[in-house]
Design a protein around this ligand. Structure first.
Ligand code: MIG
Length: 884
């Protein structure tokens, strides 16, 4: 409300350019507010890899302001900037290679960032830099609740209206112990009218203009039954925005963990001719410009400008700052069966047996909050789960896993060890009066662990030790829910902003980081219990920038309705672009009861998304895959089997996400950055660079309209192998059997020849390659293999990373990374070449040692697919297939 009183115009800030100092790390100078005369310190630096950082803090604050910690993986390596001009009220800084120039204008204070002469982005050009300096409390105010009714003079009332020193929210009072501290700034993105990112909202892929409505809000909240097409914040946030135009992608990473609003406005502006001559003016054309205004409740301004220039560069730059996706254990890429709740040991066994009975693969069964003794996490309901270890042994024999829920609230119960220990050690978040903050949650009265404290995180991690967590075994993994944190009957169902954390930081400062820290501690706990050997799996509902390092996220309580299936695609794409590749939405829709057709369509979509879990609410009817009649069971079985067959490709994509920050699931425009028709596409997406997936999200659909992008591309039906007519928008007939999936010409996809009962049953299953030829009759692809569960790939380089190249009638297998080694007897059994122009005469395979053998093949003249069988070529060897 206060920031919104500041309208675009001339900024009140002026830079004091005689205060400029330059060091190897950065350039510093001060800016002054013309009215209040408060000095702010500006720090600009260039970070290796086309990143710029701008920090603004008070020059001499009353007390230190909160700066986000633990999100950046390290202090970024800076590069020296040069001052190429400092006169006439203009400071020009250039990068070493002179590709970039930062032009700082003194009066009013503005910063413009140019790349090779092209202005990419400017800051404070609308004059919306806003910075509330910390002040001593006004004399009438003591920071206690008692005087909340004591309003008397009108100026004070006015102040309270604007919530400077305290604020009411319904029946809640926020005492604002340190007064107003909000910050904000505007950015103009030149030439851009497509902007993306800033999850999590139930919104479309392209960010919309907010001028006549709500701003996008980043404030982690538990909103049960959330609406779609809403800009309110839900469970997680990543303050990263991407802007794209055909020749360039730019990113803005606003590192602030307090409540944040983002206003977006795209307009067309006249392009300025340099000379301003009449001829130039006549040539003026409208170019788009997007203004982005960030406003945060507290903290400092700390913003990273990611200069791309490609989308993949932005992903790398963001990962360089916040880390890459953790490599998931292979089992966690299989199918997960969840429900609130699987009641008891018998229920677990029966559901598990159901999968075998119906010949449906699955890897993990989940237990929700009811498995505990009265919502005391780390315990078991002794009646329903009398022998959890035995139950896990049963699952282990079936080569399957268990995930249990561990929420961050702790039941107030002196007899509950976790509670009494945490209380004694002072590990709970405090209320404004210094007592343990108490809120209501599942267990009733609860306290909340202060995960921002490293000591608490260490202690919490230790709770996962096998000897401490009774009844846990190494096939048990963890789900962190309610970690926004959710506080029933709290303001907006979360913790009050004036609650107090470690080092006396108010909750308002760290709110959006709470879930991030819980998942961090949980993941560390799982690693620790295995003495550092095993990869963890932790699913979290709340997240922040960098959560990708700790596991997976899901989109929370969606509804069993077609519109939620539809919106899950842009929601997952947005989370993926923000660095978190391992994401998914509850298959079937959590709330309510999906009709059979919706459930089937959701399985078919989920099978081609990174995190694949069926889940349902307590009030929902049971919906295990076999409860909807034989025909639907058959279709769901087929969808899940397709997922399992595809796992080698998916796992390889995760390795790429882990090592090269490439999102697993990506919007079309990322793969086709020059094709404007892809920029707004959100009903289909790419899985890696090779598969285009178009889920069916309409009831009783008979056909869908699919965009096959790229004028030079060839696309193939992924299942029938037939080449599609020319690219463009095609009307594709659909049946309930499956959803349209296409393989892009020029790619090789590794698959398994068949699905097994779970990923562990498939270790020795042979591979199959789908080689889809492009216009030059070429294709490339790769395969990553390791043990699927340990860190040996990292510490001992135990992995295989191979590449496949099809060129001039030869398909060759060669090593992609010589440093890796891994023992396996697995073979490539079958190769299918799509778009092979003629019937071959004979085909041979030769190994490195020169041994040659003839290959059995069949050629389908209708589809031009050539199938090579019984190959038995090692996945760990060089070989070559020649097609004559
Ligand atoms: O508001 O633990 O999003 O997946 O089943 C209900 C019970 C609390 C919310 C999660 C949902 C989970 C449920 N939880």
């Amino acid at each position: 409300r206060r920031q919104k009183l500041l309208h675009p115009g001339k900024s009140s800030y002026r830079a004091l350019l005689d205060s400029v100092t330059l060091s190897d790390e950065n350039v510093k100078f001060q800016i002054i507010h013309e009215e209040n005369k408060v000095l702010l310190q500006v720090e600009i630096c260039e970070i290796e890899g086309n990143i710029f950082r701008l920090k603004i803090d008070e020059a001499s604050p009353l007390r230190a302001r909160y700066k986000v910690r633990d999100v950046l993986i390290k202090e970024p390596a800076t590069q020296r900037l040069f001052i190429s001009q400092n006169e006439a009220g203009i400071l020009v800084l250039s990068s070493v290679n002179e590709d970039y120039k930062l032009q700082v204008t003194a009066n009013p204070f503005q910063v413009e960032l140019q790349s090779k002469g092209e202005t990419v982005l400017s800051m404070n050009s609308n004059g919306l830099l806003y910075f509330e300096h910390l002040q001593p409390p006004p004399s009438y105010r003591k920071p206690t609740a008692e005087n909340e009714e004591a309003a008397s003079d009108s100026s004070k009332e006015k102040q309270e209206d604007l919530g400077l020193w305290q604020e009411k929210f319904g029946s809640f009072l926020d005492i604002k112990a340190h007064g107003p501290s909000s910050v904000g700034m505007d950015f103009s993105l030149h030439g851009y009218d497509h902007v993306y990112g800033i999850p999590q909202h139930t919104e479309g892929l392209l960010l919309k203009n907010t001028s006549d409505g709500d701003a996008y809000r980043l404030y982690n909240l538990d909103i049960f039954g959330h609406k779609i097409h809403d800009k309110i914040g839900i469970y997680g946030s990543v303050p990263l925005l991407l802007a794209h135009k055909p020749n360039r992608t730019t990113g803005i990473f606003w590192l602030n963990s307090s409540e944040t609003l983002v206003d977006i406005s795209t307009k067309a502006v006249a392009e300025h001719g340099l000379s301003g001559s009449a001829a130039e003016t006549a040539k003026q054309r409208a170019v788009p410009l997007t203004d982005v205004r960030w406003m945060s409740e507290s903290g400092i301004i700390d913003v990273f400008l990611l200069m791309g220039p490609t989308a993949f560069d932005i992903f790398k730059q963001f990962a360089q700052l916040t880390g890459t996706q953790a490599l998931p254990p292979l089992f966690s890429l299989g199918y997960h069966q969840c429900r609130w709740n699987y009641e008891d040991e018998q229920d677990v066994k029966a559901v598990d047996a159901g999968f075998d009975e119906h010949d449906i693969p699955y890897d993990v069964i989940w237990l929700d909050i009811e498995h505990t003794d009265g919502k005391r996490y780390f315990t078991w309901d002794k009646k329903k789960f009398q022998n959890p270890r035995k139950m896990q042994e049963h699952l282990r024999k079936k080569k399957r896993k268990l995930v249990i829920i561990v929420d961050p609230h702790i039941k107030v119960d002196p007899m509950y060890t976790l509670y009494s220990q945490a209380k004694d050690k002072g590990y709970f978040v405090k209320d404004r009066n210094g007592k343990d903050f108490e809120g209501i949650c599942w267990p009733g009265s609860s306290c909340y662990l202060d995960f921002t404290n490293p000591e608490v995180r260490k202690w919490y991690a230790d709770q996962f030790a096998f000897k401490t967590y009774k009844g846990s075994t190494n096939i048990l993994f963890v789900w962190n829910d309610m970690n926004e944190p959710s506080v029933f009957k709290g303001a907006e169902l979360t913790m009050q902003k004036d609650a107090v954390h470690y080092n006396n930081w108010e909750h308002r400062e760290v709110h959006n980081l709470y879930g991030f820290y819980q998942q961090m501690a949980t993941a560390e706990g799982l690693i620790k219990r295995s003495s550092g050997k095993e990869r963890p799996f932790v699913l979290t509902r709340s997240f922040f920038a960098g959560s990708q390092k700790y596991g997976a996220v899901w989109t929370g309580d969606n509804t069993a309705d077609w519109s939620y299936l539809k919106i899950s695609i842009p929601m997952l794409l947005t989370i993926s672009m923000a660095g978190i590749s391992f994401c998914g939405a509850d298959v079937g829709g959590f709330i309510g009861d999906p009709e059979a057709e919706l459930l089937v369509r959701w399985y078919q979509a989920g099978a081609y998304q990174p995190f694949f879990r069926g889940h349902s609410n307590m009030e929902s009817k049971r919906r295990e895959p076999w409860l909807f009649g034989e025909k639907n069971t058959q279709i769901i079985r087929e969808a899940i089997r397709e997922r399992y067959v595809l796992l080698p490709y998916l796992y390889t994509l995760f390795y790429r996400a882990h090592t090269a920050a490439e999102p697993v699931m990506r919007p079309l425009w990322v793969e086709f950055p020059g094709s404007i028709e892809t920029f707004g596409v959100e009903n289909e997406y790419m899985l890696g660079n090779a598969l285009l997936v178009h889920p069916v999200t309409e009831k009783e659909a008979k056909a869908v309209s699919v965009l096959l992008p790229g004028s030079q591309e060839i696309w193939y039906d992924f299942r029938k192998f037939k080449r599609m007519e020319d690219p463009g928008t095609l009307k594709i007939p659909v049946t309930l059997e499956n959803i349209p999936v296409f393989q892009r010409g020029g790619t090789v996809i590794p698959l398994k020849t068949t699905a097994g009962k779970s990923t562990e049953w498939m270790i020795d299953t042979s591979y199959e390659l789908h080689v889809a030829l492009d216009t030059e009759a070429c294709a490339i692809g790769e395969l990553y293999i390791d043990d699927g569960h340990s860190f040996q790939y990292l510490h001992k380089k135990q992995f295989l990373y191979w590449k496949y190249t099809f060129h001039k009638n030869f398909l060759s297998s060669s090593c992609r990374d010589e440093s890796g080694q891994y023992q396996t007897t697995c073979v490539v059994e079958r190769v299918i070449v799509l778009g092979f122009g003629r019937q071959p005469t004979f085909v041979t395979a030769c190994s490195k040692d020169g041994k040659e053998k003839e290959v059995v093949f069949t050629y389908d003249t209708k589809t031009s697919a050539l199938t090579l069988e019984n190959l038995a070529l090692s996945v760990a060897a060089d070989w070559k297939i020649c097609i004559n």
